[in-house]
Design a protein around this ligand. Structure first.
Ligand SMILES: [Zn+2]
Length: 129
């Protein structure tokens, strides 16, 4: 009989209790980091990039996703914080918003979700009538 098994079980339970609280803190920290990045972007773009880097690290460590509205604030390829009118361009193309990063010259595409959802709702309503 291995006498250590009871000890191992105890440790697992303690770890699980911690993670739930940690996730909420992680989300708060991600939000505040993006607020700080926004402030820093005007004066120090490098600092803003560093905040993005930190926010990503926290999200990966805590397995918490970066909120959808914050995902559009930085480049998914090089993680540069987007500064309006400076390091990125936005165009619309075939029902999608295209972000072009001037730092790494790559594209990011987002569907216009709100408009599409409204269309779908309009369709289902018209079918019912
Ligand atoms: Zn980029």
């Amino acid at each position: 009989m291995p006498p250590k098994s009871a000890d191992n079980n105890m440790k697992k339970i303690v770890k699980r209790k911690k993670t739930k609280k940690m996730k909420n803190i992680a989300l708060e920290r991600i939000n505040t980091l993006f607020k700080e990045a926004q402030k820093a972007a005007k004066t120090d773009p490098k600092l803003a990039n560093r905040y993005v880097h930190l926010a990503r690290k926290i999200s990966m460590k805590s397995k918490k996703r970066i909120p959808a509205e914050l995902k559009r604030r930085f480049c998914k390829h090089c993680y540069a914080y987007f500064i309006p009118g400076k390091n990125y361009r936005i165009r619309t193309q075939r029902g999608k918003v295209v972000y072009y990063c001037l730092e790494c010259k790559k594209f990011m595409r987002f569907p216009y979700l709100k408009e599409q959802k409204a269309k779908r709702k309009a369709k289902t309503v018209s079918k019912k009538q």
